[in-house]
Structure formats: structure tokens, C-alpha cells
Design a protein around this ligand. Structure first.
Ligand SMILES: CC(C)(COP(=O)(O)OP(=O)(O)OC[C@H]1O[C@@H](n2cnc3c(N)ncnc32)[C@H](O)[C@@H]1OP(=O)(O)O)[C@@H](O)C(=O)NCCC(=O)NCCS
Length: 167
């Protein structure tokens, strides 16, 4: 059994001061890291929002996870989600996505989409636990990271397109 210090997290919209923390968290999760400028450019896009999870009530520095979504014409898409490595497996990603789902339902958005590598066990577990369903597949879409591919040579992995009905 793994024991963690008990934290409570709360979700809010990202502020510009958060961007350098988000850059760092993103770099921990993805081969192709986004710079602060790229994050800012993404967030300036139409219909785009970023929600962050902070430790509640404590003067801890910066968000521990974030999600970016884009909503256009009644449909929303998760552009990215990442959690600080030191704070994974504590329910932060679930908290962020449940917040997003409630917000989109209040806004009468009908569907939430995302793309995930077929090899991303953690993310697939997360999305399935929230009732996302696979609706299609894009072949040879991702380059598999060496630490994710359990010894396989560098090769392309498939992307699964997943959807959640929000009505
Ligand atoms: C995927 C990621 C966002 C999950 O964040 P997290 O805060 O650790 O996830 P949570 O603690 O909220 O877990 C929620 C559920 O996801 C699943 N899950 C999370 N991590 C898992 C793992 N390592 N293995 C299997 N299932 C996992 C479980 O179903 C879990 O529910 P449970 O705790 O009741 O078993 C995180 O691992 C991450 O930042 N990965 C790198 C970036 C990334 O891959 N983003 C997704 C791109 S599509």
C-alpha cells in the first residue's frame, strides 16, 4: 500500500502566472513539450479554456495538474491533460475532468472528444473510468516513447479517438 500525505485540491481557471508551472508539468508528460509561448498561443484560441488543480488552503507553489479544452459548435475536445509526476495517482486528473464535464453540461455542450495513444495505460484507465467510449482509430499516429514501449524498437502507435456523451 502506498501512503500519501492527504491533500485537498481545488479547480479554477488558469492565470498567466500559472503558465511556467504548466510548461514544466507538460514537459514531464510529453516528448514534445510546449513552451510558455505555445501554451499562451493555444489558450488565446477561440473556445479554448484551461483549468488547473491547486492544493487547497496551503501556500504551495503553483498548480499540480491542468487540462486544456476547446469548445466549438456544441462539441468540446480535450487538447491536453497532464499531472505533475509527484502528484499522480491521487485523483487529480479525475477531479479536473469531472469539473470539465460538469462545466460543459451546464453550458449544454453535447459531446466531449479526445485522442489517446493505445499504449497510454494510465490515460486509458482514466478515460474508461469516466465512461469515454472509443469511436475510431488513427493508425501510426504517435511515436512510442522508449519508456512506454516495454523494449519495442522505435515505432508508431495508433491513436484512439474517444467520446463522452454529455447529455
Ligand atoms: C494520465 C494522467 C493524466 C493521469 O493523472 P492522475 O492524476 O495520475 O490520474 P488519477 O489519479 O485521477 O486516476 C484516475 C483513474 O485513472 C486510471 N489511472 C491513473 N493512473 C493509472 C496508471 N498508472 N495505471 C493504470 N490506470 C491509471 C485509474 O483508473 C484511476 O482510477 P483509480 O485511482 O480509482 O484506480 C497522468 O498519468 C499524466 O499526466 N500522464 C502524462 C500525460 C498524459 O499521458 N496525458 C494524457 C494524454 S491523452
Amino acid at each position: 500500500m502506498r501512503l500519501f500525505r492527504k491533500y485537498e485540491f481545488h479547480v479554477s481557471e488558469a492565470r498567466i502566472e500559472d503558465y511556467s508551472f504548466l510548461e514544466n508539468i507538460h514537459a514531464q508528460g510529453f516528448d514534445r513539450a510546449w513552451s510558455v509561448d505555445e501554451l499562451a498561443a493555444t489558450l488565446a484560441g477561440k473556445g479554448t479554456k484551461c483549468f488547473v488543480a491547486n492544493i487547497h488552503g496551503e501556500g504551495s507553489k503553483g498548480p499540480k495538474g491542468f487540462v486544456i479544452i476547446r469548445t466549438l459548435a456544441g462539441q468540446s475536445e480535450v487538447l491536453t491533460i497532464a499531472i505533475d509526476k509527484a502528484f499522480r495517482k491521487r485523483g487529480i486528473a479525475r477531479l479536473l475532468l469531472e469539473y470539465v464535464i460538469r462545466t460543459l453540461q451546464a453550458d449544454r455542450v453535447e459531446q466531449l472528444f479526445l485522442e489517446v495513444s493505445e499504449h497510454n495505460v494510465a490515460a486509458l484507465g482514466l478515460y474508461k473510468s469516466l465512461s469515454f467510449k472509443q469511436v475510431s482509430q488513427r493508425r501510426a499516429y504517435y511515436r512510442i516513447r522508449p519508456d512506454n514501449n516495454q523494449g519495442m524498437a522505435d515505432q508508431k502507435g495508433n491513436a484512439l479517438v474517444m467520446q463522452l456523451e454529455l447529455r
